[in-house]
Design a protein around this ligand. Structure first.
Ligand SMILES: [Zn+2]
Length: 271
């Protein structure tokens, strides 16, 4: 059957091909894509074209993007979707706003005695419910490898989480996944992290203590680690790794282990 969506997709891909050399440069800047198959690479390349066509990147003064940088952002955004099928996973927003570096954002917090505090917090990224994604460009540039940090994946994980309502650490799970298994794995790890930090706020935790803020941040930080520090996540919280592998339908740790087996000096984990 003729499909308008498929036709539009083919037309967009034909109109905006990515030059092979340009794509090679993008891949060189993103070690976390090392080890993906040729077929996955082809999918990712096309997904980048479609993503950049569908979303508007608004660069604020101080940020100037060339094609390579736009693709660098898009490829990181699309990596989590590599095996999630053709569903529109990044829906409900059209714009990605890029600040040159961390930005101030007004926060509202009501304390236990009911007093409301309004203050400015420094952020490197935000994802608004039914609104834009905001990223600090220098934060985007700080990721891309296996450094267990990835601002793009972090903020877009919030978007996946919001697909079924408020960000609460529970994105829409696939058929066959068990909500009980998911919740247990996440809750145990979240509680463990909080216990460590309650005992010592400066504790050297296995994953970024920011994950202990709330379940939504736990899911976003765990997603960052899943793709860019999978060995650390698997070691600290294997059940979380397993649930994320079921959700993202990928095994980045297998990619990393394979690369390290082939080249023993390949990017040893960050310390
Ligand atoms: Zn977050």
């Amino acid at each position: 059957m003729w499909s308008f969506r498929a036709w539009r997709r083919r037309r967009t891909l034909a109109r905006y091909p990515i030059d092979a050399q340009l794509w090679q440069a993008v891949r060189a800047g993103l070690p976390l894509l090392d080890g993906i198959s040729d077929e996955e690479d082809r999918w990712l390349r096309e997904a980048c074209v479609l993503f950049l066509h569908a979303k508007h990147l608004t660069a604020l003064p101080g940020v100037e993007l060339d094609d390579e940088q736009r693709l660098l952002l898009a490829a990181q955004a699309q990596l989590p979707l590599l095996h999630l099928g053709d569903l529109d996973w990044y829906q409900g927003f059209h714009e990605i706003i890029l600040y040159p570096d961390d930005f101030k954002s007004p926060q509202r917090h009501r304390d236990a005695s009911g007093v409301e505090h309004i203050y400015d917090a420094e952020h490197s990224g935000e994802a608004w419910h039914q609104g834009p994604v905001i990223l600090a460009w220098d934060g985007v540039l700080g990721g891309g490898g296996w450094e267990a940090y990835n601002l793009v994946i972090h903020e877009l994980a919030h978007k996946l989480d919001m697909l079924n309502g408020d960000a609460n650490g529970l994105p829409p799970l696939h058929h066959g996944m068990d909500v009980g298994d998911w919740s247990r794995a996440m809750q145990q790890a979240y509680d463990d992290l909080n216990r460590q930090l309650d005992a010592n706020p400066d504790a050297e935790t296995a994953i970024d203590p920011y994950a202990a803020e709330n379940p939504a941040e736990f899911f976003a930080v765990a997603s960052e680690y899943f793709f860019s520090g999978p060995d650390l996540l698997q070691q600290a919280y294997p059940q979380v790794y397993q649930q994320l592998a079921l959700f993202y339908r990928q095994d980045p740790l297998a990619r990393l282990s394979h690369l390290q087996a082939e080249h023993p000096a390949y990017c040893q984990s960050p310390s």
